[in-house]
Design a protein around this ligand. Structure first.
Ligand SMILES: *[C@@H]1O[C@H](CO)[C@@H](O)[C@H](O)[C@H]1NC(C)=O
Ligand SMILES: *[C@@H]1O[C@H](CO)[C@@H](O)[C@H](O)[C@H]1NC(C)=O
Ligand SMILES: *[C@@H]1O[C@H](CO)[C@@H](O)[C@H](O)[C@H]1NC(C)=O
Ligand SMILES: *[C@@H]1O[C@H](CO)[C@@H](O)[C@H](O)[C@H]1NC(C)=O
Length: 539
């Protein structure tokens, strides 16, 4: 028996002709076939169009019908495989002459499994032939059965498929397959049990980045990615970094009904913004945890990836930075990479906390931005990331409070936090680690009085002025694009709001303390930012 199994397997690989009678050929040698009369012939001449048994049983439909014919051959009406050119070529190659039969060549009947046509190589429609070998296609409710290779090539209920035909099951819209998705015809029956098409509730309803779901069916936890059948119960909770919106009666559990519809939908949760990381990271409390919305922007070039600027997360897809950081290749967002959760400036530095990397899919810069030619008026840019950010305790958005009809500049003496990798001493270009300093807003008129007259034009309509008193440190090259973050007490929790973006430093003695910095005021760009936000709101 063991030897027989090996032979069967070996033959299977060679796609040689096998029939159920092989098992009975006890007296013949391996690779021989026993004719009905008992005579032994070579296995490879069985069902080849030429009778080798004295009783001609090797060329009869009884033993040939379920023979698998490779696609380069022609299948005779009784099942034998002959040359692919045999069809109606004037030479009788099938033992029964079916390759030259008048009805067949005139197109009146179609029994062949010609190599040329996909249709005939799979389908045998004649019930007469179906008796022995082929498998019958049974379409379950809402089911589609196709070839494995081509889902558009489908079968009808009652079709017969030849030995070793592979099929694939799928379902009509709204239904999903439960069970094995593929099957193979093997010696007249399907190798696996037929699956079922069951009505399912759409997964899209329970997918969102602002909430998390767990799914259970029949009291067992199942993957929410799988097809969801009626009776499945889903529990939704807000994802990390999100909370339930106020004033909305939240439905936290929903279930998939018998009609394939959800009984409710999970509410989107709203992001928790502006809160510093409270978790203690045992290794070191790094500055990225104090400014979890601060990001590093890098530029790709032939020479590699180079640090360019800082930026601030305001929503799960939007980063605010300075226009001068991204305007060199302003039409090409693919030049930039954004890294979140960075403490070290080096793109590939090993970090203690997990980082997230994004490509930029859009860069928006106000139309009126003309760079230095217009004294960096409108020096602000909105980057849209290619994917949604997954908030973590050290990767979060800052808050933004639009003051559409109120005074736009933060009041003088307001303290704001500014973070970055800017230069720390005159002989190095950048700081290796992220640092944050706190600086006060200076009244614009006072600022203009104190700065050299040639810098006055830089404090233009969309700017506010920030001072860097002696000893405080100062934003410098490398800090461009960083946010000015003002803390407010919200329900006892210090909560940070983005007010501006580092544009230019206003001092003869570049980057020293006792100087002034012009920040682009985001309030002047409310319309642009809100419009972009509206287009990329997560669920
Ligand atoms: C026959 O099938 C093989 C593999 O299944 C495929 O590569 C080949 O193109 C087919 N030939 C014809 C003539 O259909
Ligand atoms: C539910 O689970 C029980 C026990 O595990 C099982 O016997 C039953 O068949 C399952 N019902 C369905 C509908 O799957
Ligand atoms: C960014 O784009 C590059 C090039 O298209 C791609 O190889 C890379 O996987 C993308 N990275 C991310 C984080 O999407
Ligand atoms: C930078 O200068 C300081 C003192 O001026 C010196 O101690 C330090 O080693 C220098 N660093 C580098 C990287 O040259």
């Amino acid at each position: 028996m063991k030897q027989l199994m090996i032979l069967v397997y070996f033959c299977y690989l060679l796609t040689c002709s096998l029939t159920g009678t092989f098992a009975e050929s006890k007296e013949c040698k391996p690779f021989e076939w026993q004719c009905k009369s008992g005579q032994c012939i070579s296995l490879d001449v069985k069902c080849d169009g030429i009778a080798d048994c004295a009783d001609q049983s090797d060329e009869s439909s009884e033993f040939c019908l379920d023979t698998y014919c490779p696609n380069y051959t022609f299948k005779c009406a009784y099942g034998a495989c002959v040359s692919g050119n045999a069809k109606c070529n004037g030479i009788k190659e099938c033992y029964d002459g079916s390759d030259e039969s008048k009805d067949f060549c005139d197109g009146n009947i179609n029994y062949g499994m010609s190599s040329r046509s996909k249709e005939t190589s799979f389908k045998i429609r004649s019930p007469r032939q179906a008796k022995a070998g082929p498998c019958r296609v049974t379409l379950g409710a809402n089911m589609i059965i196709s070839t494995k290779a081509d889902p558009s090539f489908t079968f009808d209920d009652g079709d017969f498929l030849g030995d070793l035909a592979n099929i694939k099951y799928s379902c009509t819209s709204g239904y999903s397959i439960f069970g094995r998705k593929e099957n193979i015809c093997f010696r007249g029956s399907w190798a696996y049990p037929q699956p079922k098409c069951i009505i399912t509730c759409p997964n899209s309803v329970i997918q969102g980045i602002t909430f998390r779901v767990t799914c259970s069916y029949n009291r067992t936890t199942i993957s929410c990615e799988d097809a969801i059948r009626p009776g499945t119960v889903v529990t939704a909770t807000c994802a990390l970094g999100y909370m339930k919106p106020d004033g909305i009666a939240l439905v936290d559990t929903l279930s998939c009904g018998a009609n394939g519809e959800w009984d409710s939908i999970p509410h989107s949760c709203v992001p928790i913004c502006g809160q510093q990381t409270t978790e203690e990271f045992s290794s070191a409390l790094m500055d990225v945890t104090r400014v979890p919305w601060h990001v590093a922007i890098y530029q790709r070039s032939n020479r590699g990836v180079r640090f360019t600027c800082g930026g601030t997360i305001i929503t799960s897809k939007i980063i605010i930075t300075a226009a001068h950081c991204v305007s060199l290749k302003r039409t090409d967002p693919t030049k930039y990479i954004v890294l979140l959760g960075k403490n070290y400036i080096e793109y590939s530095a090993k970090e203690k906390l997990e980082t997230q990397e994004f490509n930029v899919s859009e860069i928006h810069i106000p139309r009126g931005y003309l760079g230095e030619n217009a004294y960096y008026y409108n020096d602000i840019a909105v980057l849209v990331l290619n994917e949604f950010i997954r908030y973590q305790s050290h990767i979060k958005p800052v808050c933004v409070e639009w003051r559409s009809h109120a005074k736009k500049d933060p009041p003088p003496d307001t303290l704001g936090k500014v973070a970055g990798w800017g230069r720390v001493s005159s002989n190095v270009s950048f700081s290796n680690e992220l640092r944050a300093i706190t600086l006060p807003v200076i009244d614009t008129n006072e600022c203009i009085k104190k700065i050299p007259p040639e810098y006055e034009p830089f404090v233009n309509a969309d700017k506010f002025c920030v001072g860097s008193p002696e000893g405080a440190g100062a934003p410098c090259q490398g800090d461009s694009g960083a946010g000015f973050l003002v803390a407010k007490d919200i329900d006892g929790i210090p909560t940070y709001f983005l007010e501006g973006v580092v544009s230019t430093s206003l001092s003869r003695d570049h980057c020293s303390s006792k100087s002034f910095v012009a920040f682009s005021n985001i309030q002047y760009h409310e319309l642009m930012i809100r419009e972009i936000e509206g287009n990329v709101t997560p669920k």
